[in-house]
Design a protein around this ligand. Structure first.
Ligand code: FAD
Length: 483
């Protein structure tokens, strides 16, 4: 099998995974809360088939069809081809889904392409393991999630020290053909709905760290001892068309608890080597994954702009200078994101045997993204105002008593029908105001690390590339500043 249908994907989830929702262990396939989300994810697989020209490519090794996010870019054209796929995948949910399989696929393909890092550091067998994993993902069209963050509860010490050291994932035992790991990881988006969980370096570690914490591996969700602890579910399937995003796109975050989970050695990619761990992240990961995240963000920001424009039209306020200014501001977020992608691809550069985007434009917009997403959501609320809640259920339009009254008293301005007006405001509210939307705003703030942390990293990188020195001032100024 290569590319799967939605039905294939759902069938693949029927296994012995240990998933907890609230205080109960649940079977994800039959639990009513998850029905909409699973259908939504199955829809992603059907979408890639329906949009095969953009989403699928030929696997150069087997000649079979594969998800285009698994391309190992060798040329700038490969990057452009891959972006087409990222954007097409994002359109499936208007960017609402963050952890569609193309996200982790891109990271995996990026690591596999950097075989040179493994060779350079004498870690050939781990490169082979990673390649084996990559082949499995292609051949079975797997849905991966990742959990790369230690549950650092005590912020006064490092991730693997003090209280945190007892929580963080580490090797606690070894057998002749496996490592046994114990600890927790946060926060696996798609946790219960993925086929495998990819654990890889989240942040550089110091050379003093206990090597037991320095690990990367993959594990099936059904591995014995692996507990998927779901947050409350925010899906609202019963609302159907009244909640078009919450009904299908709660991608369900989960804490992953490893209660002595055995990882066969062939699924281990880093085992105690800090250099390998750090280099994998620092040499190209950003350049690689940020193309996916910015492509999704562009689609989402453009959709938010479209919603704002349509609300202004339906309430006939698009002529007001304050509204025009707000609309232009929201438009600029999508345009800047798209420009960053264009620049990053135009200045693509060799990274080992692969070609990656120039990461600078992508890093520059990445740290602004949480604020842009929040601001665009705010704009929808400011423009929509009471209309966001004065919106009947779409089914109410078919009611013989209520329907005619709704048409009479709740029409849109400028000839927009009451039903179209209701549909717009329901989409808008579900996208920015529902329980799932609140969760998604938190996702946008943190899924790649918080903005303050990212700005700090960007500054550190900028100074490592071109430090500011006192000698840059004074004599070199193009004008005579003072006598
Ligand atoms: C909904 C959601 C889904 C997620 N999905 C995943 C996933 O699938 N896989 C995964 O691995 N991770 C995922 N994450 C990310 C992960 O769980 C963490 O949220 C992320 O790494 C940030 O860590 P933190 O939450 O401890 O916040 P912190 O990094 O501690 O940030 C909290 C606040 O502290 C301040 N701060 C912290 N550090 C600095 C600094 N260095 N400089 C300045 N200020 C600082 C900032 O004001 C920041 O807002 C997800 C997060 C969320 C919210």
């Amino acid at each position: 099998m290569t590319v799967r249908t939605g039905e294939d994907y759902l069938a693949g989830l029927r296994d012995s995974r240990e998933v907890w929702l609230g205080a109960a262990q649940v079977d994800i396939g039959s639990h009513p809360a998850f029905f909409g989300s699973l259908q939504g994810m199955a829809g992603y697989y059907d979408w890639q088939l329906a949009n095969s020209e953009a989403c699928l490519v030929e696997d150069p090794e087997s000649g079979q069809t594969m998800n285009a996010s698994l391309i190992i870019p060798k040329t700038a054209d490969d990057l452009r081809r891959r972006r087409l796929a990222f954007e097409t995948f994002a359109r499936y949910s208007k960017g609402a889904l963050g952890r569609t399989p193309d996200y982790v696929n891109a990271t995996l393909a990026g690591f596999v392409g950097r075989r040179d890092i493994f060779e350079h550091l004498g870690a050939q067998r781990f490169a082979d393991n990673l390649k084996g994993f990559y082949r499995r993902v292609i051949d079975r069209d797997l849905a991966l999630t990742h959990a790369i963050v230690h549950p650092s509860i005590d912020k006064s010490v490092g991730d693997t020290y003090g209280l945190n050291g007892r929580l963080s994932l580490r090797v606690v035992r070894r057998t002749s053909n496996s490592i046994v790991v114990r600890g927790a990881k946060v926060l696996a988006t798609l946790g219960p709905f993925a086929d495998e969980l990819f654990v890889y370096p989240g942040a550089p570690q110091s050379h003093e760290i206990d090597p037991a914490y320095v690990i990367a591996f993959t594990t099936p969700l059904a591995a014995k001892g692996l507990i998927t602890l779901c947050r409350d579910h925010y899906g609202a399937r019963e609302s159907g068309p009244d909640a078009p995003f919450s009904s299908w796109f709660d991608e369900q975050d989960a804490v992953m608890i490893f209660d002595d989970v055995e990882i066969p050695l062939e699924n281990v990619f880093v085992d105690g080597d800090v250099n390998l761990y750090n280099t994998l992240m620092s040499d190209g990961w950003n350049a690689n994954i940020l193309q996916q995240t910015c492509a999704r963000a562009a689609v989402k920001l453009e959709f938010l702009y479209d919603i704002c424009v349509e609300i202004a039209r339906v309430t006939h306020c698009e002529w007001r200078p304050d509204v025009m200014s707000l609309l232009g501001e929201i438009w600029s977020f999508g345009a800047m994101t798209r420009s960053a992608l264009d620049a990053a691809e135009a200045h693509a550069e060799a990274r080992g045997p692969t070609v990656m985007c120039d990461e600078r434009p992508l890093r520059a917009v990445r740290a602004h993204m949480p604020a842009w997403m929040a601001r665009a959501g705010d704009a929808v609320k400011m423009l929509g105002a009471h209309n966001l809640l004065a919106t009947p259920s779409l089914a109410a339009f078919d009611h013989p008593r209520l329907g005619p009254l709704l048409h009479e008293f709740l029409p849109g301005a400028q000839g927009v029908s009451a039903r179209d007006r209701a549909r717009l405001f329901r989409i808008a509210w579900d996208f920015v105001g529902s329980a799932l939307a609140e969760r998604t705003e938190l996702y946008e703030r943190f899924y790649l690390g918080s903005a303050p942390r990212l700005f700090g990293i960007d500054h550190a990188i900028a100074q490592s590339e071109k430090p500011v020195a006192s000698s840059d001032f004074g004599a070199a100024m193009p004008y005579k500043a003072t006598a």
